[in-house]
Design a protein around this ligand. Sequence first.
Ligand SMILES: CC(C)(COP(=O)(O)OP(=O)(O)OC[C@H]1O[C@@H](n2cnc3c(N)ncnc32)[C@H](O)[C@@H]1OP(=O)(O)O)[C@@H](O)C(=O)NCCC(=O)NCCS
Length: 159
Amino acid sequence: MSSSILREIQLSGLDVRALVEGDLPKVLELERLGYSHPWTEAVFRDCFKDTYRLWALVQEGDLRGYAVVNYMVDEAHLLNLCIHPGLRGQGAGRQLLRRALAESIKDGMAQMILEVRQSNAAAATLYRREGFEEIGRRPGYYPDAVGREDALVLVYRFT
Ligand SMILES: CC(C)(COP(=O)(O)OP(=O)(O)OC[C@H]1O[C@@H](n2cnc3c(N)ncnc32)[C@H](O)[C@@H]1OP(=O)(O)O)[C@@H](O)C(=O)NCCC(=O)NCCS
């Protein structure tokens, strides 16, 4: 297990709690600010199931970010990680990611896997610095402005 998981962090004033359906209006706002092709409300609602873990990053009661993880047997799939634009670059994404990793380990997962757009340098750098490694690419996985874009597939093995 990489040491970064053992270094769960808490930035001043930022807490992580379970995301609830009542958070969805704010989630959808952040989602539209975060992505060129945002998830719809229906996609988020479909994630409120036993095999999913949804995390909210809050600051003085306000939703500032969220993460969505799907458990498949012993694999945690990070489906979404998003931080309010005004809070980026201050360690909030790292805090939320580390919490999602730590919870996945507690829940008995063996690894976390994710896809990220190859153009998303901020996210790919965060994941790599936290211990993820590239295990493949999915050609044309994402829609982009003019066609399709490849996904990098990254994994973090816990054992
Ligand atoms: C990706 C995202 C979650 C990162 O959150 P963040 O709070 O800004 O990230 P942090 O401040 O915790 O940064 C942690 C590390 O990530 C890397 N990083 C973050 N932003 C970066 C950027 N713009 N360029 C390069 N590296 C960056 C750095 O290594 C940074 O560590 P350092 O500051 O010690 O060098 C955020 O940019 C976001 O919400 N983007 C829109 C949604 C998205 O693309 N999500 C990922 C989908 S796979």
